[in-house]
Write a protein of this length. Structure first.
Ligand code: GUN
Length: 284
């Protein structure tokens, strides 16, 4: 029987800390502000953006949402970002991904100034993370690290296997585990003997985007299993990348979906927005 790592409880603790600091800043006349841009009508993105907005309001931050139609041009989107880059009320800018295919995601990410890049996707911030001297951490990997810390799960010397090599999760996740002295392997669609590699893992992070991808035969007895996936099944239910029913009895710790990593991503975004506001205002 695994211990369930409860993202709702842990994210509430993180958000409580952030709310306290927001109140302190407010007393100095500073209100942290986040701008969230959503282009098009992807239903999953809509849900994520609504949750981000709700969290901002809950913590006393300013939240501004920009909903743009799917046919928005690159010029229009870049022009909005440039405006927000110099807007003194806005400390953090997040453009929800994925973008419609005619828009160049890399160009969009590169246009957000690093100081307001609360996703930590800009090459400047990615480079700083690689070196280990960073201002922001990407929200999902940082949220996962917070969960491991909360549960006192030691990473030093552990075999860590990350399935997925995206810029948003897989690559930065591997870097953060490495910073904490894990022995890290990153698997992807071309990995041979995936099952054997996963079976080595003391800490297994699944970020593949495929429902029930990780099955019990891929998991070592006593492993810590972190499920980043949020997949919608045909019946409308949410489901992770891990087959929870099969894997849970073998794991020592496991994150559920929903209520696992998802809430941690948002809590980290709030933390990053607070950090951005403090830095931009020279506050401690
Ligand atoms: N799409 C899925 N996850 C994320 C995220 O963390 N940030 C942004 N901007 N888009 C996403």
């Amino acid at each position: 029987m695994a211990k369930i790592i409860d993202g709702k409880v842990i994210s509430a603790a993180v958000k409580e800390e952030v709310a306290k600091e927001v109140a302190e800043l407010k007393a100095q006349g500073i209100i942290p502000g986040l701008a969230v841009i959503i282009v098009g009508d992807d239903p999953a993105s809509r849900v994520y953006v609504n949750n981000k907005k709700k969290a901002c309001e809950q913590l006393g931050m300013l939240s501004r949402e920009y909903t743009m139609p799917a046919e928005t041009t690159e010029e229009e989107l870049l022009s909005l970002i440039k405006e927000l880059n110099t807007d003194p009320e806005i400390n953090g800018i997040l453009c929800q991904l994925p973008l419609p295919s005619h828009l160049n995601e890399e160009l969009v990410i590169n246009t957000i100034i690093p100081e307001k890049d609360v996703d930590a996707f800009h090459p400047h911030n990615v480079g700083k993370i690689m070196i280990g001297n960073y201002d922001f951490l990407p929200c999902t990997p940082a949220g996962i690290m917070e969960m491991l810390k909360y549960e006192n799960i030691d990473i030093t010397g552990k075999e860590c296997v990350v399935i997925g090599r995206s810029n948003i999760v897989g690559k930065p996740m591997s870097m953060l585990l490495l910073h904490k002295n894990g022995t890290v392997t990153v698997c992807h669609s071309r990995t041979k003997n995936l099952k054997e590699v996963c079976l080595r893992a003391d800490i297994l992070v699944a970020a593949v985007g495929r429902a029930n991808f990780v099955t019990a035969d891929m998991v070592k007895e006593g492993a810590v299993v972190i499920d980043v996936g949020i997949n919608r099944l045909e019946n409308g239910k949410l489901c992770g990348d891990v087959n929870f029913a099969e894997v849970e009895p073998k794991a020592s710790y496991i994150t559920p979906v929903p209520g696992g990593v998802g809430p941690m991503t948002i809590a980290t975004l709030m933390k990053n927005t607070l950090t951005a506001a403090k830095k931009q205002n020279g506050a401690k």
